[in-house]
Design a protein around this ligand. Structure first.
Ligand SMILES: Cc1ncc(COP(=O)(O)O)c(C=O)c1O
Length: 380
């Protein structure tokens, strides 16, 4: 078969590759502590499951309007207005997961040869999405600054020019857990306005923070017309398998992206959208409980690593931590998996060689077990 140039520009997701390897070891009988996964280890809140079941029973099983049911788009717009964004239902497209929302945004904005700036380390799929769209990547490395953006604004200023089409900002960040300060986001705004750049603000970890509250980028003066806000239900509501997310932005963007949406996925799953309304309206307690559990585990992991002399930059959000390991992080992660049966993701997959990404979406007991095993294997 003759495969497209487009598809040959990209590699499969590195995070999924490690999970697959871990699954193979488990199938052989190994007890693997999996700290590689990007999903909460909690069940979807019961009332959300019930809302999905009720919607199915009520016959909400056909196609919906392509951009999503009105009730959900209205609930999303209301949530975004709560964040300070001036959006109505017409500013929203509901997608099967935030990943699809990002894919549609990138396809809608990026042409062959367009320059796209990423902040490294960056979530693995941004690069692949830009390459699929034919864009060229320019990367700004935040690793020397404990993954913070504010100290790197000069470097971002050097990377962004009038040639830049798009910048992707993800706060709280996967893989670093960094939450960017308002001063950093103002710096982004100044550059975006000066060089007429569109910015994708991926806010999927917005609700999972430990003290530092991220401001939504589109709320800064001058950003409303140039920001695409991405969010979804996977992380905050523990709904990864339901596949529900959204993009929000100016109506002209919604109208263009809506073409791709209607010609690809048609719509997000009908009854899942109904469950999404319940998630947005009635889950504050469940989110609080989950975030409290993540906060405890984060504290515990930092403490245990500290005891072993490992100094990792403290994450302020999401449920990831970047741990400094050997220069050859790929080999370190393979050794950790094979010798200690601990699955992590090599930092180089995110553009941060010398680190491993640890997901602490796991019980304290298992996190402690993982650190013990890494110490016993001589890897910490
Ligand atoms: C930074 C970031 N954005 C977007 C997504 C996509 O999430 P989903 O498609 O499950 O909504 C993920 C998932 O891992 C993520 O880490």
């Amino acid at each position: 078969m003759d495969f497209s140039d487009r598809i040959q520009r990209v590699e499969p997701s590195a995070t999924l590759a490690i999970s697959n390897l871990a699954a193979e070891l488990e199938a052989e009988g190994a007890d693997v502590v999996d700290l590689s996964v990007g999903e909460p280890d909690f069940p979807t809140p019961e009332n959300v499951v019930e809302a999905g079941q009720e919607a199915m029973d009520a016959g909400h099983t056909g196609y919906t309007s392509s951009n999503g049911i009105a009730r959900l788009r209205e609930a999303i717009a209301e949530k975004l207005r709560g964040d300070g964004l001036d959006y109505e239902a017409g500013n929203v497209i509901v997608t099967p997961g935030a990943k699809q929302a990002l894919y549609e945004a990138v396809q809608t904005l990026v042409d062959d040869g367009d320059e796209v700036v990423l902040l490294d380390p960056a979530w693995v799929s941004y690069e692949a999405m830009v390459k699929l769209a034919g864009g060229d990547l320019d990367r700004v490395d935040l690793s020397p600054y404990d993954f913070q953006l504010e100290p790197a604004l000069d470097e971002l200023g050097e990377a962004i020019s009038d040639e830049t089409e798009l910048l992707v900002v993800n706060s709280p960040s996967n893989p670093t857990g960094a939450v960017y300060s308002d001063a950093a986001l103002e710096g982004v705004r100044d550059l975006a306005v000066e060089h007429d750049v569109t910015v994708i603000s991926d806010e999927i970890y917005q609700q999972i923070t430990y003290g530092a509250e991220p401001t939504s980028l589109g709320t800064f003066d001058g950003m409303a017309d140039r920001t695409v806000t991405i969010n979804g239900f996977s992380k905050a509501y523990s709904m990864t398998g339901w596949r529900l997310g959204y993009l929000a932005g100016p109506e002209e963007l919604i109208s263009e992206a809506g073409k791709l949406h209607s010609h690809s996925v048609s719509c997000a799953t009908n009854f899942v959208q109904h469950a999404g309304v319940e998630a947005l309206r009635n889950t504050d307690d469940a989110i609080e409980e989950m975030v409290e559990a993540f906060a405890e585990r984060r504290e515990f992991l930092l403490e245990r690593l500290g005891e072993e002399g490992v100094e990792a930059p403290e994450p302020d959000g999401a449920f990831y931590l970047m741990m400094p390991v050997a220069d050859d992080d790929q080999t370190w992660c393979e050794d950790a998996l094979e010798e200690a049966h601990v699955a992590t993701v090599p930092g180089s997959a995110f553009g941060a060689p010398g680190y491993a990404r640890i997901s602490y979406a796991n019980s304290k007991e298992r996190i402690g077990e993982a650190v013990d095993r890494l110490v016993d294997a001589g890897l910490l």
